[in-house]
Design a protein around this ligand. Sequence first.
Ligand code: PRP
Length: 184
Amino acid sequence: MTPSPLSPPGLERVLFTEEQVAARIREVAAAISEKYRGRDLKLIGVLKGSVFFLTALARALDIPVKIDFLAISSFGGYSASPPGMVRIAKDLDEPIQDEDVLLVEDIVDTGFTTRYLLQTLAGRSPRSLAICTLLDRTSRRIVQVPVDFRCFEIPDRFVVGFGLDHKQLYRNLGYIGVMNPDKS
Ligand code: PRP
């Protein structure tokens, strides 16, 4: 790998190169386009991590899409707080009633965020509701959630890049890397 001034000091290895990420997004986008062909699809991004994936996915789709965003406050995952506490910090701008909705995440980890969002959005009577995630870390799952589309299953390691951060940094890496947060 070519050293980059963007790379985190604690980077241990590149898990997926920029080329691998782009190729896999194209594959998943093709499956999504096929499933929703003939309908307008609304992509809902969960700030901030999903922004990079959502825009790459949207550009790779060949069906019309609308986009909207929400933000959540989650406690848990790799933090010391008790897991499972999720709330909406910024809601969608528009209703989703009678729309085909695809929730777009950068990572599904414990599943608490996805479960909360699927329940909340289902209560707004969309025509259909599914989830697409860039990364799926099933080894850390605490609550079971349906994952309709996913790009990569990943090991139980700390990852950064393509939207994923460490202390808000490294989201703009084009690749996905494993890092040791203690060495950053
Ligand atoms: C990440 C990710 C999901 C959530 C998944 O968000 O974007 O929303 O955690 O974790 P879970 O399956 O354990 O609930 P994060 O809180 O890191 O915010 P960010 O997207 O702003 O980085």
